[in-house]
Design a binder for this molecule. Structure first.
Ligand code: GDP
Ligand code: MG
Length: 220
């Protein structure tokens, strides 16, 4: 008999980076330039026949309104087992906010064994590469590893690039973990924000061929 796993996955990042678009693309296979801003918290469900034994009910939790403050309530984070941390590769400020979001996540939820909730970093809007921060992207590999992400992807909700791959990577990682782990809140006083010295705006960003490479963390 198949067993069901309900996975609560958060989609966090600054306003306008494409969180709602990523969820709509993944769950409904649609993209629009004109979403109304999400009000409050919303979630979408996707059911995946993962393997013969497992059906995954994936809840993708969206946010809006609170993005401005770079933090969310504990109720939003409660029982999350994974996160997508999204930035817009055409806007440096949204990349600079990534650590704030990761810090907020890690301070408000952890797995039952105290380990951080697995998070994947998404550099969204890669279809806009020519307006982007390409010269910096090779650094994402080191950046994401140094800051505890399990991997990173360049994505486009518009072109449907790497959205499935990123979410599959996260779900695989979650399922490979301890099946019985239960989330718990961690002590916010343990939060130490890592030093951050990436200044994306200082360098020019010519079209960069290395941006077209596949994510090295992705397994086929
Ligand atoms: P959110 O505030 O993070 O939920 O961002 P939205 O999903 O509302 O997206 C903000 C804007 O960016 C909208 O106009 C989207 O159409 C646009 N957008 C989202 N993802 C992409 C993408 O991958 N490529 C491009 N070119 N635009 C995108
Ligand atoms: Mg939104």
């Amino acid at each position: 008999m198949q067993k069901e796993r309900l996975l609560k996955v958060l989609v966090i990042g600054d306003l306008g980076v494409g969180k709602t678009s990523i969820i709509k693309r993944y769950v409904h296979q649609i993209f629009s330039q004109h979403y109304r801003a999400t009000i409050g918290v919303d979630f979408a469900l996707k059911v995946l026949n993962w393997d013969h034994q497992t059906v995954v009910r994936l809840q993708l939790w969206d946010i809006a309104g609170q993005e401005r403050y770079g933090n969310m309530t504990r109720v939003y984070y409660r029982e999350a087992v994974g996160a997508l941390v999204v930035f817009d590769m055409t806007r440096a400020s949204t990349f600079q906010a990534v650590l704030k979001w990761k810090g907020d996540l890690d301070s408000k939820v952890a797995l039952g064994d105290g380990k951080p909730v697995p998070a994947v970093l998404l550099a969204n809007k890669c279809d806009q590469r020519r307006h982007g921060l390409c010269s910096k992207l090779p650094k994402l590999e080191t950046f994401s590893r140094d800051h505890g992400f399990i991997g990173w992807y360049e994505t486009s909700a518009k072109d449907n690039t790497n959205i499935d791959a990123a979410i599959m990577c996260l779900v695989e990682h979650i399922l490979a973990g301890d099946a019985d782990r239960t989330p718990m809140n961690s002590d916010p006083s343990l939060l130490i924000l890592p030093a951050f010295d990436y200044n994306l705006q200082e360098r020019s960003s010519p079209i960069c061929s290395s941006c077209t490479r596949l994510n090295p963390y992705h397994r086929d």
